[in-house]
Design a protein around this ligand. Structure first.
Ligand SMILES: [Zn+2]
Length: 309
């Protein structure tokens, strides 16, 4: 089954004169040449100053998912030119409000791009907010950087022969996370709802929490098929199986945290009792993760399982 699909992809790419790109380990798009990982003849992941920017060539311009980190404009523009043969962006999706995904919004909007995001992303970009971990306010973004079009649940658009479906991933990482699914290319951008490299992060102050994260990952798993490639905000492009493994690990963490918080444990107690031990990954900053996760659990206490221990 898989072999047949790979062969079809190879034939498609050969037709596009891109066989050389596929005849190497780069077939999975893990090797970035000049900040570009090509996934199909029309779609590439480019370096957004450390974060991932998905670029789809629609013929008369690009559709991007996320715009890269602040001050990476020249780098992203060069990578787009290199990877997509163009840098004129028609449509820009923001997977959420964070600066490392929206840093070049002004640049692309000034050049004519329409920014699409979830309503809650617009709200977070429209007002100052307190960053507790750094004891400072983050300023609201200028109007030019904010989404021009927002949605609440799902949407769809056509561009360059591609159907692009997008939808809400409630409370996975912030209050405004979305997926963007390029159906023909079979590539799904999920922003920070997947985190194969960095610690999974929960902006509890927006309402994000671990139960939301697992539910959102289930939404993603219902979209695509076994061949779907999933692009996280940072790190390598994931297979569906890799994404599922991360989802299952997060579900294990969720179940453990529910139990601990019901017993009245705080984040330090959880860490001491080894709540993150024996998992398929380690945390770089387990205390921060557990602090944020515990805050999120308190905010969603009404959704905890009944205590049947
Ligand atoms: Zn983020």
């Amino acid at each position: 089954m898989k072999g047949r699909v790979d062969r079809r992809e190879l034939l498609k790419s050969a037709a596009a004169g891109a066989l050389a790109l596929w005849a190497s380990p780069r077939i999975r798009g893990q090797e970035a040449a000049g900040g570009v990982r090509r996934l199909t003849d029309k779609l590439a992941v480019v370096d957004g100053g450390g974060s991932n920017v998905v670029a789809f060539s629609a013929g008369d311009g690009l559709v991007l998912v996320d715009s890269g980190a602040p001050k990476s404009g020249d780098r992203v523009t060069a990578a787009l030119q290199n990877g997509a043969g163009a840098s004129n962006v028609r449509t820009l999706f923001n997977t959420h409000y964070h600066l490392d995904q929206t840093g070049n919004n002004e640049l692309f909007a000034a050049a004519g791009a329409k920014i699409i995001a979830h309503q809650r992303t617009l709200q977070w970009m429209s007002s100052d907010y307190w960053v507790e971990a750094e004891q400072r306010y983050e300023k609201a973004r200028p109007k030019a950087a904010r989404p021009a079009e927002t949605f609440a649940t799902t949407g769809s658009l056509q561009a360059g022969g591609e159907q692009i479906d997008y939808g809400y991933l409630p409370l996975a990482h912030t209050s405004g996370d979305i997926y963007v699914f390029f159906k023909e290319a079979n590539v799904l951008a999920v922003g920070d709802a997947a985190s194969p490299v960095r610690d999974p992060a929960l902006d509890y102050f927006t309402g994000a929490w671990i139960g939301g994260r697992v539910d959102a990952m289930d939404i993603v798993l219902h979209l695509g098929n076994d061949q779907t490639r999933i692009v996280p905000a940072y790190g390598p492009v994931m297979t569906r199986a890799e994404f599922k493994a991360e989802r299952d690990m997060m579900e294990e963490v969720r179940a453990r945290l529910f139990k601990q918080v019901r017993e009245g444990d705080g984040p330090k107690d959880m860490l001491e009792e080894g709540v993150l031990k024996g998992l398929a990954r380690t945390w770089k900053d387990p205390e921060k993760f557990l602090y944020d996760a515990a805050k999120g659990l308190w905010a969603h206490h009404d959704k905890l399982d009944p205590n049947v221990v």
